[in-house]
Structures are given as C-alpha cells and as structure tokens.
Design a protein around this ligand. Structure first.
Ligand code: SF4
Length: 398
C-alpha cells in the first residue's frame, strides 16, 4: 500500500481510537489518556495505537490493562469507520512523548537562560563562562536547574486533572475549525527564511504571513537587498497584509544586519550541522543568540527546520488557549509549552497553530470575543460562561 494511504489510514485509526476512549469507554481504570499517534502495517493487519497516560505508576498500569481489555471494542469502531476488507488488530502502546516534550521545553528554557551572556563587572559579556567547565557550580545556574526541576514536577502534577476535558476541547477545535482550515504543510525553506517567516507569522494568520513573505520575495532581489532597504520600503512591500508592519520590518532588517555582521552571509544552515553533532539544545541555544530571537521564532524554527515538537505560541494564541481553558492563567512559558505539546501530537501541530490563529482573528478578538458566533462555544468554558451570563440577564424581572 502506498505511503500516503497508510498515513491516512493511521490518522483515521488515531482519530477513532481517541474519540472512542474519550466519549465511549466506561472503564473507570481508563482515565487521563491522550492518543498521540497510530501506526498501521502496510498490509493493514496490525495497528499500534500510542497513548500517553498521566498519573501514578499504578494508575498508568491499571489504565493500560483497561485499554488492553477494551481493544476489541475500539477495533470494532475502527472497522466501521475504515470499511476495508481487513480490520487491523489493535495494540495499545505507552508513549513517552510527553516526557520528551517537557524535556524539550526545559531545554529551550535552559538555552534561553544561558544564551544571554551575563554582564561581567566591567559591563562586557562573559563568553568564556558560558561553555566553561564547572558552570554547575555557579550559584545562579544551580537555582535555574532547581527551577527547571520544579517546573517539570509542576507540569506533571498539573496535567492529569484536566487532560480529558482539554482533549475534548482540542478535538472540538479540529472538528469545528478544521472543516474550513485544512491541514497544509509549511513550505520547506532554508533556516534563515523560516526565521524571517516566523517574524511575519507571529500574531498573524497563515494566509497573511504567506502573502507578506511572498511580497517581500517578489519585491527584493535577495536578503542583502532587504537588509540595506529602509523600513518604509519593506512596509510598502508588506502592502497592508499585516499589523505592526513597521515593527516587523525593523526587526527583519535588524536580524539580517546581525546575521550579516556575524557570518558575512545570509546562511543559517550550519545550524543543522550543530543539530546533528551536538543536539537540539545547542542548536536552539545558537539561535537564541540573535537579538531578534524570541520564544515564538525559536519554536517555529525548531518545529519546521530542526525537527522538534515545539508548538509556537504567540500572544494571540495564548489569549485563545487561555479562554478555551487549554492553558492556565499566569503560567510560565515552559509549563505552557509542555502542556500544549502534550495535548497536540507533533503531526497535528502545524494545523493546530493555523486553526488557533484563524480562531483568534475571526472570533476570539482581543477586546471582546465574539462567542455567540464562535463554532467552539459549546466546548469553550469562556463561551459557556458568556452564554450563561446572557441567559441570566435575559431572565431578570423587569
Ligand atoms: S467561545 Fe468565545 S472565548 Fe471561546 S474561543 Fe470562541 S470566541 Fe474565544
């Protein structure tokens, strides 16, 4: 069977398994489960369904027993969806992707802390201390490790209670908005261009960012021409496609100037070599050295160039996800990433980012969310609250 067909069948199995576990299985042992992915064999005889289970070791073991016991039922649901000659035999497999996701967030955070050189008493950055041996003996650094450990434990403790409800909201998001915003892979681009694209994509929809990026490429001969152009010329090229055009244009020019001054080129591909030889931590650490780098841009490049699972979260996404109850108020970025990357599998991360930005633009406005027309209102706690308030107001005696 062709690869794309196998991928489609695997995705259908993942969806059916997730919905069945979430909405139909009554076994009390089965809780706090997220289906992360499914893999079907080429002959469609076997399917592995990977699940992330939160809770104590005993709860996880019980849950896995429950799932094993329910595999036949899940299989029958898959059979009625697939309508193929064979129904694959389902095996549930525990996935440690969440652990990796939390570790990834920790690495970003750690790299973020380490990449800004601390000023020495004479005001210059202490480059030598950044990589030197014995850095774990620096008191400030030790507290950073303790902080990370604390956040890691807190992320683990926070997730189990809400996982199932949050997963329902995510499922609803894909079902309601996904009808209109189909999955589209992000165009493969060199690392530098992904970085520039991220600056256009932050706080904007996919369509606006695509249009803005294309306009820049049409208008300028190369990245050096963009670097030496005035902010006004870049703003003109953006042609009203994006908000904050001037700030974005200035940031792009500053970034290109910094690249040019440090590498005498416009090439960030050596990062891929760093990734291969030293791992993702060092690669993201190098990216974070650029003044224009922020959490969003680094997450974007990690996701689209470095092969990591890092969902980029801009202020618009944070606003929507908080209102939807997918992330907690006043939670640090590291925990937010860990939580979202737990709820959204890597294969769906690009579409998820697209859906959330469309939702932010069309319904979940910054000043006043338009909940009454939002397709998510039945699943979103803020939408439900707004509905209850309207109902209570309309019932008041005159
Ligand atoms: S229901 Fe309201 S608050 Fe919730 S996502 Fe939709 S617009 Fe935003």
């Amino acid at each position: 069977m062709k690869q794309h067909r196998i991928a489609r069948v695997s995705e259908a199995i993942r969806e059916v398994a997730a919905e069945t576990i979430l909405f139909e299985l009554q076994d009390p042992r089965i809780k706090n489960v997220t289906v992360t992915r499914a893999e079907v064999s080429a002959d469609l005889q076997k399917a592995k369904v990977y699940v992330s289970v939160m809770g104590t070791q005993k709860e996880q073991d019980l849950c896995m027993h429950g799932l094993k016991h329910s595999a036949g039922y899940v299989q029958s649901k898959i059979a009625s969806r697939l309508k193929t000659r064979f129904t694959p035999t389902v095996t549930f497999i525990r996935d440690d992707g969440v652990k990796k996701s939390i570790e990834m967030s920790r690495l970003i955070n750690e790299a973020l802390a380490q990449s800004r050189p601390e000023p020495t008493p004479d005001g210059t950055a202490d480059e030598a201390s950044e990589e030197g041996p014995g850095r774990q003996d620096v008191p400030g650094q030790r507290s950073s490790w303790l902080d990370s450990l604390f956040l890691f434990l807190r992320a683990l403790m926070n997730m189990p209670t809400h996982t199932t409800n949050k997963q329902k909201v995510v499922t609803q998001l894909f079902a309601a908005i996904g009808k209109h915003v189909k999955p589209r892979p992000v165009e493969p681009r060199p690392v530098l261009e992904q970085f520039v694209y991220a600056m256009l994509r932050e706080n904007a929809t996919r369509d606006s960012a695509d249009q803005a990026f294309q306009s820049i490429q049409d208008r300028f001969f190369d990245w050096n021409e963009v670097r030496v152009s005035s902010t006004l010329e870049i703003v003109e090229a953006l042609d009203g496609t994006l908000s904050d055009a001037e700030a974005r244009a200035q940031r792009i020019v500053d970034f290109l100037q910094e690249i040019f001054e440090t590498t005498y080129s416009f090439d960030l591909e050596p990062l891929l070599e760093v990734l291969q030889k030293k791992g993702i931590k060092q690669a993201s650490k190098q990216l974070l050295r650029f003044q224009a780098a922020n959490d969003y841009a680094v997450s974007w490049v990690m996701q689209h160039s470095l092969g990591g699972h890092a969902v980029p979260l801009d202020p618009a996404a944070l606003r929507v996800l908080k209102r939807m109850g997918l992330i907690e108020e006043q939670t640090d970025l590291e925990t937010l990433h860990a939580s979202i990357e737990h709820q959204v599998p890597k294969a769906k991360a690009t579409q998820f980012v697209d859906l959330v930005s469309v939702l932010a633009e069309q319904h979940c406005h910054e000043d006043l969310p338009a909940c009454s027309g939002c397709p998510l209102r039945t699943a979103c706690p803020t939408g439900q609250e707004a509905k209850a308030t309207v109902a209570a107001t309309s019932k008041k005696p005159r």
